[in-house]
Write a protein that binds this ligand. Structure first.
Ligand SMILES: N[C@@H](CCC(=O)N[C@@H](CS)C(=O)NCC(=O)O)C(=O)O
Length: 221
């Protein structure tokens, strides 16, 4: 039997957090090796583990996968969270990419220079409230089903619910006018695997705080 996937990244959300969410929702246990210093990153580069000299890197099924999207695509395919046919997969990709466009701004926000944060926060809230959340609310309203695609849990639901939690941390009122998104979040949060991941002490990472931001500087700059 293959061992647990091993995630190589720093001890914070960053680009790895969607991978943690997807594995956890799929009920897959994983290990993490946290980079702490530039030397840790240099070691991985030197031994050829990082194709583009970047993390996230995930050891899974005998591969050393880099590129976040490739990692997520593999996990979603393997654990049947990627639709039933090509058309569903295309729709899932479209929804996931929409989430990713906002999520990358959210995940990068704590790492921004202080002088740029206020404007970034305004943009994030505006895009959430007026572009992305209404789009997904409309999808759920259009078909009246429990999940975004095919009335079945997919990676799109998991990615969206992760985003909802993250944006709400930045603005607790942001979900006020999106009842169907709230219902989706409740439904997904109550799945036993996700419920477990949402408990304190899980491998879910908190908002990247000052300490985390400082530690990333020691690794990447
Ligand atoms: N397209 C890549 C980008 C990866 C990336 O930018 N990783 C950063 C850390 S979040 C990194 O390793 N930076 C070091 C470098 O580029 O030298 C992905 O999505 O995985």
């Amino acid at each position: 039997m293959a061992g647990k996937p091993i995630l190589h990244y720093f001890d914070g959300r960053g680009r790895m957090e969607p991978v943690r969410w997807l594995l956890a929702a799929a009920g897959v246990e994983f290990e993490e090796k946290f980079l702490k210093t530039r030397d840790d990153l240099a070691r991985l580069k030197k031994d050829g583990s990082l194709m583009f000299e970047q993390v996230p890197m995930v050891e899974i099924d005998g591969m050393k996968l880099v590129q976040t999207k490739a990692i997520l695509n593999y996990i979603a395919s393997k654990y049947d969270l990627y639709g039933k046919d090509m058309k569903e997969r295309a729709i899932i990709d479209m929804y996931v990419e929409g989430v990713a466009d906002l999520e990358i701004m959210v995940l990068y926000y704590p790492h921004m220079p202080p002088g740029e944060k206020a404007a970034a926060l305004t943009t994030i809230k505006d895009k959430a409230r007026n572009r992305y959340f209404p789009a997904y609310e409309k999808v759920l309203k259009s078909h009246g089903q429990d999940y975004l695609v095919g009335n079945r849990l997919s990676r799109a639901d998991i990615a969206l619910v992760e985003l909802l939690y993250h944006v709400e941390e930045m603005d607790p009122t942001i979900m006020a006018n999106f009842p169907l998104l709230k219902a989706l979040r409740t439904r997904v949060s109550n799945l036993p695997t996700v419920k477990k991941f949402l408990q304190p002490g899980s491998q879910r990472k908190p908002f990247d705080d000052e300490k985390c931001v400082e530690s990333t500087k020691k690794i990447f700059s």
